[in-house]
Design a protein. Structure first.
Length: 126
């Protein structure tokens, strides 16, 4: 009688084990490819005569960058009128894609404020 009971539960355990294996493989495939990239941009804004002028320029830049898949924040030189440091982050599936996205962002900033970019640097965080 006990042998019959073991035979009845054994296929259920095998099915459950296969289900757990499939869930684990699916979860692993979702996490494999992710690249986080940071673009640091330093700007010189000679036309700014006050922090209010600087904020207007940066707001215009941030608004124009909204069409890209990026997050933008002012990260340096908060108290200087004519200098700004922006941190721009994107997440993608490949390093090439994220680098192209950030290059397009830098080009857009240059188009909005010609000659304002003094330094750019791209870092890959993950």
């Amino acid at each position: 009688m006990e042998n019959d009971r073991r035979q009845d539960t054994h296929p259920a355990l095998r099915t459950f084990s296969i289900f757990i294996l499939h869930v684990a493989l699916f979860s692993f495939s979702l996490v494999v490819a992710m690249v986080v990239a940071l673009l640091s941009v330093e700007l010189f804004l000679p036309g700014s005569q006050s922090l209010k002028d600087k904020r207007m320029v940066l707001r215009r830049v941030k608004d124009r960058l909204a069409k890209f898949n990026v997050a933008v924040a002012e990260v340096e030189h908060h108290d200087l009128w004519q200098r700004a440091g922006l941190g721009i982050v994107t997440i993608g599936t490949t390093r090439v894609h994220t680098e192209q996205e950030l290059a397009a962002v830098a080009d857009e900033i240059e188009r909005i404020e010609p000659g304002a970019i003094t330094r750019t640097e791209i870092e890959f965080l993950a």
